[in-house]
Design a protein around this ligand. Structure first.
Ligand SMILES: Nc1ncnc2c1ncn2[C@@H]1O[C@H](COP(=O)(O)OP(=O)(O)OP(=O)(O)O)[C@@H](O)[C@H]1O
Ligand SMILES: [Mg+2]
Length: 262
């Protein structure tokens, strides 16, 4: 299948620290891939490099949006990367805490709307229709994720697991081709994690999206991912199916006895 993301030889230096070293990775259309590795391995730095939050020190990031042209993302502004079709959630939740749940999704949706500042000021009919559509689509997304009963609640009043789901709703509002999830199950209880697994599968199947998942919860990774990349000290040390990766001696050593069962 055609890769939506193709990363070649990406390295990232922070002063003397080489946080990523010659990383090659691809994600195909419609696939769920995972990136795992011990704390400090460079996983979040990798997301920051491919979404242009950091400019990689070396290497290239190529992206092919749905029905679009293969494009090099190096040097592109992060908001343009989102508009191209790559959306992400953050390891440390980044919601507008004092805005309502619905408003949080509506703001994310704005990258798919046409009205500029003038439109927002003078609000002609076309803009008002667009606003109505934003409200309706944002509410529909909340319903899809199961957060609609809280639509008018301030984001900071939501239980932690629901805030994590709201981050996903915000990412979905941008209609991505590739969804990047940075530890979506962190801080969730087992029931919430089970629901999250089902949600991720539903998103991939029903919204025709590729997903790249960073996660420490191995049961989640092994049950969701079709392909897994393993990173240690900024280098990829393994790539394969859950069964291949979990029986790889280098991976087992990197996790030093932690469970990596397929
Ligand atoms: N902006 C930065 N400046 C300097 N060093 C950084 C920066 N961002 C990350 N690092 C360093 O890069 C390395 C990789 O960090 P990163 O956050 O990518 O790891 P991670 O695999 O996401 O870990 P975790 O599983 O704990 O989230 C760490 O040594 C970290 O301290
Ligand atoms: Mg991280």
């Amino acid at each position: 299948m055609e890769p939506v993301l193709n990363v070649s030889a990406v390295s990232m230096n922070f002063g003397g620290l080489r946080a990523l070293n010659d990383v090659q990775m691809h994600v195909c259309a419609g696939e769920i891939a995972a990136l795992i590795g011990p704390n400090g391995a460079g996983k979040t730095t990798f997301f920051n490099c491919i979404t242009s939050i950091y400019e990689p020190s070396e290497g290239e990031v190529w992206f092919t949006p749905k029905a679009g042209v293969r494009t090099k993302l190096n040097g592109m502004k992060p908001n343009l990367v989102t508009a191209m079709g790559m959306a992400r959630t953050f390891q440390n939740i980044r919601l507008f805490k004092n805005m309502s749940v619905l408003e949080n999704v509506m703001i994310a949706r704005h990258c798919r709307t046409k009205a500029g500042i003038l439109g927002a000021l003078f609000r002609p009919l076309t803009v008002r229709q667009e606003e109505k559509e934003i409200v309706e689509r944002s509410y529909a997304l909340l319903k899809y994720i199961g957060l609609h009963k809280w639509y008018n609640e301030q984001a900071c009043n939501l239980p932690y697991g629901a805030q994590r789901k709201l981050e996903i709703a915000r990412a979905l509002a941008t209609e991505p081709t590739l969804l990047l999830l940075d530890e979506p199950a962190a801080g969730m209880n087992p029931q919430e994690t089970t629901e999250l697994k089902q949600l991720v599968l539903r998103i991939r199947d029903e919204m025709d999206m590729a997903i790249l998942l960073i996660e420490h919860d191995m049961s989640m990774v092994m049950s969701l991912a079709e392909r897994i990349y393993v990173m240690e000290y900024g280098c990829l040390i393994a790539e394969g199916t859950p069964a291949e990766v979990s029986s790889n001696p280098q991976v087992i050593k990197a996790y030093l006895g932690e469970e990596v069962h397929a």
